[in-house]
Ligand binder design. Structure first.
Ligand code: 5BU
Length: 242
């Protein structure tokens, strides 16, 4: 939130690109207008420990936390192990996502992964999703919120950015003690590919989202810096209004 306030931006970039070179270029272009960097490290074709350090350095040079959208879902012990492995997420990610589906212990498993390298990070639990037909509703969402409320490792929840009603109902249940970050946001598109749904960033923030997660609305445009600035302005003025 300090970074967000300095840059006047509630935009988390979903940097869904397949090479580290493209990632570094994008980060340098849009870095001044975004508050955090979300990655999918397992979609990077030229991944190596060294090449990934370039991405980490680029993010740090723009004061961006690294948010690996790993969507952990296995039992606690296996999730702990998966924080290491080839990608060694525990060593560079400040934030990760996790599903609640396997039980509440997944959160402690992830925290134990960071512990192994003497780091501390935050978990975002998926309380809702933006894609159509997802199963994260009703009692499942409530259990997810209860798990998060009971854990100091849980920084917040992922909410459905395509629906202001979903966001405000989530905010009502979560209260003010945890964050809500919302993907499924675009300034112009109404529907994304393969079941993705979109809402307007201003509506998401007004409904109670703390940050919007934007991918193709930024990296898929001819001028990513201008797009990132437009999303930053939309979110910051919506927050001022709220
Ligand atoms: P888009 O290009 O803005 O549609 O990308 C959205 C990003 O947010 C992408 O990296 C997804 O993995 C991520 N996402 C999502 O779209 N919907 C969800 O419910 C969750 C994550 Br959780």
């Amino acid at each position: 939130m300090e970074t967000a306030s300095e840059k006047e931006s509630l935009v988390v970039l979903a940097a869904d690109l397949s090479t580290t070179g493209e990632l570094v270029r994008l980060i340098d272009l849009v870095g001044p207008h975004i508050a955090a960097l979300k990655t999918h490290v397992d979609m990077v074709e030229d991944f190596s420990g060294d090449s990934w350090q370039e991405v980490v350095k680029a993010a740090q040079s723009h004061d961006l936390m690294l948010f690996e959208d790993r969507k952990f879902a296995d039992i606690g012990k296996v999730s702990q192990t998966q924080m290491g492995g080839v990608y060694d997420i525990r060593s560079w990610a400040d934030i990760v996502t996790a599903h609640r589906v396997s039980g509440p212990d997944i959160v402690d498993g992830i925290a134990a992964g960071w512990d192994e390298v003497q780091r501390i990070g935050g978990v975002f639990l998926l309380a809702q999703m933006s894609s159509r037909g997802n199963l994260l509703t009703g009692g499942y969402t409530d259990e997810t919120i209860a798990t998060g409320a009971a854990s100091p490792h849980v920084l917040g929840y992922i909410g459905n950015g395509s629906s202001p009603d979903d966001i405000s109902s989530l905010r009502e249940k979560v209260g003010e003690g945890k964050m809500i970050w919302t993907p499924g946001v675009n300034l112009s598109a109404e529907e994304g590919a393969l079941g993705q749904r979109y809402g307007h960033p201003s509506d998401a923030i007004k409904a109670g989202s703390d940050a919007v997660i934007v991918g193709s609305g930024i990296h898929g445009t001819a001028d990513p810096a201008a797009a990132a600035r437009a999303y930053a302005e939309a979110t910051w003025s919506a927050l001022s209004g709220r």
